[in-house]
Design a protein around this ligand. Structure first.
Ligand code: ZN
Length: 185
């Protein structure tokens, strides 16, 4: 089989270089979505859902503020778009790339979707549920379908978040008001 056409459910059998190339491609697209979030004034987290050929089936960035939606995380937005594109609430064989370690809500949704692969960038020591605060994928009874990998392009993913919060703190200081805690994501 050629690497480009391998379903993500078999991607673990690929050699390290092929897998790294696939992951880098996916994460660069997720980073583009994070920057789109930043441009929209949202906490810059981005996600994409890809099939094993690299086709994008879903994209999302944080929309919590704009949509007044506590579930408006990048992964949920991308999952919904991909599920609509596939006409199926289950997404076996697909991979989701996200710039920040998923929270409990998002990894729960991704396990429900039976994604083949979830790849995240930076760890989230506040709400990360893939090993940082909780480790939901490690609960074997929940997870028979999804491989979860973290730390892909972690510095670039964390850098987008760090510069966003640094700019926001500076702007808040200049306005001499405190940042809105509701927007702290
Ligand atoms: Zn989330």
């Amino acid at each position: 089989m050629s690497d480009a056409n391998a379903p993500f459910s078999r991607v673990d059998a690929l050699n390290h270089e092929a897998l790294a190339a696939i992951d880098a491609r996916g994460m660069l697209q997720a980073l583009d979505m994070a920057r789109a979030a930043q441009a929209a004034g949202e906490v810059p987290v981005g996600a994409v859902v890809l099939d094993a050929s690299g086709a994008v089936l879903g994209r999302g960035f944080n929309r919590c503020i704009a949509d007044h939606d506590p579930t408006g995380h990048a992964e949920i937005v991308a999952l919904r778009e991909a599920a609509r594109a596939c006409g199926n609430y289950r997404l076996p064989g697909l991979a989701l790339y996200v710039t920040l370690e998923p929270c409990a809500m998002c990894i729960g949704a991704m396990l429900h979707a039976r994604l083949a692969r979830v790849v995240y960038g930076a760890t989230d020591p506040k709400t990360g549920a893939c090993g940082s605060v909780l480790d939901v994928p490690a609960i074997g009874v929940l997870n028979h379908h999804t491989t979860v990998v973290g730390g892909v392009m972690a510095d670039a993913c964390a850098g987008v978040l760090q510069s966003f919060f640094r700019d926001r703190r500076r702007a808040a200081r200049e306005r001499r008001i405190m940042p809105n805690p509701v927007a702290d994501g």
